[in-house]
Design a protein around this ligand. Sequence first.
Ligand code: PEP
Length: 251
Amino acid sequence: MIPMSKKLIAGNWKMNGTLADLLEVSAIAAAAEDAKADAVLCPPATLIDRAVSATRGTRLRIGAQDCHANTSGAHTGDISAEMLADLGAAYVILGHSERRVDHGETSRTVAAKALAARRAGLNAIICVGETEGERAGGTTLAVVEEQLRTSIPEGASAANTTVAYEPVWAIGSGRVPTNEEIAEVHAALRAALSSRFGSEATGIRLLYGGSVKPSNAGSIFSIAGVDGALVGGASLKASDFAAILSAASGT
Ligand code: PEP
């Protein structure tokens, strides 16, 4: 297993947060200053501009939760990767299971968006993960490997790609796979990245996501092959995010 230099903790605020929550963004940025891990926060699109301003000069990077594949045009309600970069975003989450379910996004769509993110200079956090039925049916590795193959375009590198393994059944449920199950999937994803992208894959971080919280973060970060976490609910409160960051700093 290739050791990564630093873990990455990425917060996904989903459809939560208003202007009043910029105080929480600043508190997360303050926690990130002292952390040995890298930190990214992905607020809703409505807060990206303000969040970038509030965190300028800090170690906290701001990201988005989705982008369109095109640069501009007749796509009502959509936001391009270039628009996000224009605001100062550095990352974009793509292919989150909530978007795959709510918006019918396929891995093909995700790959097109990943190319757009790359074009705009954003790092794409590409999510893969099995459903509860797929895990019960014993197809977890086949499912995530296929998602990885079809969601990540050629030319992936650490500069443009991060991968998040997020079992769908673990998101927001309080349920987490065993450490052995996480290790098994991460090893398979790492092997798939290496065989496809060779040495370019070395620095691509492989995050775990799904009900990460302060009480289980230390254990999850001790698993071989886990380079950080994508955190939903527990990223909303700066105190929880800070505790997860500090758990990642100690591993
Ligand atoms: C997520 O939304 O990516 C996520 C992992 O959510 P939670 O941490 O709330 O399970």
